[in-house]
Write a protein that binds this ligand. Structure first.
Ligand code: FAD
Length: 413
C-alpha cells in the first residue's frame, strides 16, 4: 500500500513518521519550497507528547522547549484566580512542553528526512486537486514557488493534511466558509525575565474584555537569564473585521486594551511593547462536517477539524488522527477502505466535540466565569466568588473532552 500525504505540517509529518514506524510506504507533498522555522509558541500537552514519545522524539523536544510546571489564571487586575500543576508535576508520565512552533516542525521534518529518506519528502508541491478511480488516487500539483504545473502522482490512498485552508477539503465542501465569531488575536515573542516560576503557563483576563496568554518557549535566550516569552492577546469585538493572517501585527491595534495592566508580578504593556515580532490572526474554525473519508481520500488535522486555538489542542488532535489511521491501515490487511471508514467513525465525532468545546467552554472559561460572577470588578477573596473545586471541574472536563485526563497510571485517559 502506498499513501500520499498532502501537506508536510505538524499533522502530515507525524502521520508519515507513524506510517514509517509501522512499515507502511508513504510520500509527503508540501506546498512551501523550503521548511523554515516560522511561527511562535505552541504547547505540547501530555496526549500530544505521548504520541511524540512513541515516535521517539520526546527527549529532543524536551531539550528544545520548556517544561510547564503549572497553569495559572488571573483576572485582568492581576488577581490570582486558580492554578494547577501540569505535565509531570501533575503526575503524568510525560512532560507538558512549551516550544517554538518552528522547532517542533523542524524536529518532525528532520526525523522524516532521516527515517523516510529525502526522496520521499517533496517540498514545493502545492496540491490543487485530487481524483480517484477504481485503482488509485491521483494527486495534481503546481509548484509552490512559481505556480507552474508539476507531474501528478498516483497512490493507493491520499490523506489531506493541508491545514485550515485545505484545497482538498474545498473539493468536497466547496461552499463552506471559515467561521469567525468576532474574536481577533495578536501573537508575539518577547525576551523577558522569567515570569512567576519561569515554567508557568499564564492566562490573564477574559476574551470578552481582553485576555493574554503567555508562556516561555526558550530558556536563557540571550545568556543573561532572559527567556523567550510567547504571548497571545485576544479580544471579542462585535463590529470588528477579521484580522488578516498574512499581515504583520501592529501594537497600536490592540495595546490600548492592556495599557493599565501593570501588576506587581508583570508589566503587560512593557511585555507587548518590547516584542521581537508580532503577528495577527483571526480566531476561526469551521463547523464539523458529516464525512472525512471519500473512497480513497480522507482528511486529517486542521483540514479535517480546524478549531479555535483556545485549548492548545489543534496539533495534538492532528497527531492523534495520524496514529489512529496509521494503526488502522496496519491492521487492515490491505483493506484500506475499511480502515479509512473506521478512522472517520472514530476520529470525526471525537474531534467535533473538541471543536465545540473550544467554542463554548475551553480552559479559559475559568476567567470568563469569574468575570461574569464579579461583574468585571476586582474581588476581595476568590473563595467568596467561586470555589476552587468548581474551577478545577472546568479544567478537568476540558481534559476529558480533549483526551488528556490523567489516568491512574500517569497515562492520558
Ligand atoms: C495561534 C495559534 C496557536 C496555536 N497553539 C497551539 C498549541 O498551543 N498547541 C496545539 O496543539 N496546537 C496549537 N495550534 C494549532 C496547531 O498549530 C494546528 O492545529 C496544527 O498545526 C495542525 O496541523 P496540520 O498539519 O493539520 O496543519 P499545519 O500544521 O497548518 O500544516 C499544514 C501544511 O500543509 C501545507 N499546505 C497547505 N496547503 C497545501 C496544499 N494545497 N498542498 C500541499 N501542502 C499544503 C502547509 O504549508 C503546511 O505545511 C495553534 C494554532 C494557532 C493558529
Amino acid at each position: 500500500m502506498k499513501v500520499a500525504v498532502i501537506g508536510g505540517g505538524i499533522g502530515g509529518l507525524a502521520f508519515a513518521l507513524g506510517l514509517h514506524k509501522r512499515g507502511l510506504d508513504c510520500e509527503v507533498y508540501e506546498a512551501v519550497p523550503e521548511v523554515k522555522e516560522i511561527g511562535v509558541g505552541i504547547t505540547i500537552l501530555p496526549h500530544a507528547m505521548t504520541e511524540l514519545a512513541a515516535l521517539g522524539l520526546q527527549a529532543k523536544l524536551e531539550s528544545l522547549g520548556i517544561e510547564n510546571e503549572e497553569s495559572v489564571f488571573f483576572n485582568r487586575f492581576g488577581q490570582f484566580i486558580y492554578k494547577e500543576p501540569r505535565g509531570r508535576y501533575a503526575g503524568y508520565k510525560v512532560p507538558e512542553v512549551g516550544i517554538h512552533r518552528g522547532r517542533l516542525h523542524r524536529v518532525l521534518y528532520e526525523a522524516a528526512i532521516e527515517r523516510l529518506g529525502a526522496d520521499k519528502i517533496h517540498t514545493n508541491h502545492r496540491c490543487v486537486s485530487v481524483e480517484q478511480n477504481e485503482n488509485e488516487a491521483i494527486v495534481h500539483f503546481i509548484e509552490g514557488s512559481t505556480g507552474k504545473p508539476l507531474p501528478s502522482i498516483k497512490a493507493d490512498i491520499a490523506v489531506a493534511c493541508d491545514g485550515v485552508n485545505s484545497a482538498v477539503r474545498k473539493q468536497f465542501y466547496p461552499h463552506e466558509k471559515l467561521m469567525f465569531a468576532g474574536i481577533n488575536f495578536w501573537r508575539g515573542i518577547t525576551r523577558h525575565k522569567p515570569i512567576l516560576t519561569g515554567k508557568s503557563y499564564v492566562r490573564i483576563g477574559s476574551i470578552e474584555t481582553g485576555k493574554i496568554v503567555l508562556y516561555p518557549i526558550i530558556d536563557n535566550i540571550d545568556g543573561n537569564g532572559n527567556q523567550l516569552i510567547n504571548w497571545a492577546t485576544e479580544i471579542r469585538r462585535a463590529d470588528c473585521g477579521m484580522n488578516d493572517w498574512n499581515k504583520k501585527g501592529e501594537l497600536a491595534d490592540f495595546a490600548d486594551v492592556y495599557k493599565d495592566w501593570k501588576f506587581p508580578w508583570l508589566d503587560v504593556p512593557n511585555l507587548l511593547a518590547t516584542a521581537d515580532e508580532i503577528f495577527e490572526h483571526p480566531m476561526v474554525d469551521k463547523d464539523p462536517v458529516s464525512q472525512w473519508t471519500f473512497g480513497r481520500i480522507t482528511l486529517m488535522g486542521d483540514a479535517a477539524h480546524p478549531m479555535y486555538p483556545r485549548g492548545s489542542n489543534g496539533s495534538a488532535q492532528a497527531i492523534i488522527d495520524g496514529r489512529v489511521l496509521a494503526q488502522l491501515l496496519l491492521e487492515s490487511n490491505g483493506d484500506w477502505n475499511a480502515a479509512m471508514v473506521k478512522y472517520d467513525a472514530i476520529r470525526r465525532p471525537a474531534t467535533a466535540k473538541v471543536v465545540e468545546t473550544n467554542r463554548s467552554t475551553p480552559p479559559d472559561f475559568i476567567n470568563i466565569k469569574v468575570e461574569e460572577l464579579t461583574g468585571g470588578k476586582p474581588f476581595d477573596n476568590i473563595d467568596d466568588v467561586v470555589s476552587q473545586e468548581e474551577l478545577r471541574k472546568i479544567s478537568e472536563d476540558y481534559k476529558k473532552v480533549a483526551g488528556f485526563a490523567l489516568a491512574k497510571d500517569g497515562a492520558v485517559g
